[in-house]
Design a protein around this ligand. Structure first.
Ligand code: SF4
Length: 213
């Protein structure tokens, strides 16, 4: 597998925010979001080739039963990821799959012990045309759909998507790093979007915009 990094931190985003988690960042992505904060895992050669067994051993080393697959886009390495995820589930791990809303997660990620964290890319990302909106309606109540919002255009777009599709998953509005959390919170309150959770990236509040946290 092409692995960018494996580390332990707290979950910085979404409904599991604050929980200790082992992050497995898989290398490469087929999208190019303008504000991507992990380009080192998208382009270049900054990755390590590891066998599935080596990745598994590295995860075990942290002695933490919660694993988040992130990237890059983890589902580009779907075949290996499925084998690894099945193995972890058998060993009572809880898994979060972070994915970008354009690839259908394979069956293993619909298990009870997996949470799918899917992005809906808004216009400021430049990738909104790549989304597969049908996937949003497949998400379960326990899953989450995350909108990363930079401006009023993104905000209106997110609202439009929520009114157009029947989405059971939990909804996260997260400001692009550097965008006002107060502005976004007040917009959600003004519009009484009572199913939307406004959440910051907690790890960046704690450590700043650095790698490996
Ligand atoms: S999908 Fe994620 S990793 Fe890929 S370019 Fe966008 S923000 Fe970066």
């Amino acid at each position: 597998m092409k692995i960018s990094e494996i580390f332990i931190s707290i979950q910085g985003e979404g409904v599991e925010i604050g929980l200790p988690t082992v992050f497995v960042r898989l290398f490469t992505c087929d999208l190019r979001c303008t504000w991507c904060d992990s380009m080192y895992a998208v382009e270049g050669a900054d990755f390590k080739e590891m066998t599935i067994e080596e990745v598994r051993e590295e995860i075990e080393r942290f002695d933490c039963k919660r694993v988040c697959f992130t990237g890059g886009e983890p589902l580009i390495q779907q075949k290996e990821l499925e084998i690894l995820a099945k193995d972890l589930i058998r060993n009572e791990y809880n898994i979060v799959l972070e994915t970008s809303g354009h690839k259908n997660p394979p069956p293993v990620f619909w298990a009870d012990s997996c949470l799918i964290s899917m992005d809906c890319k808004c216009p400021s990302s430049g990738m909104e045309g790549r989304m597969n909106f049908e996937l949003f309606e497949r998400l379960r109540y326990k899953d989450q759909l995350k909108f990363v919002i930079r401006d009023e255009v993104d905000y209106s777009y997110a609202k439009e998507i929520l009114s157009r599709y029947l989405i059971r998953a939990k909804i996260i509005f997260q400001p692009v790093y550097g965008t006002s959390l107060k502005w976004l919170t007040e917009r959600v309150l003004e519009d009484r979007l009572d199913r939307v959770r406004v959440l910051p990236q907690l790890h960046k509040i704690i450590w700043g915009d650095i790698r490996g946290v």
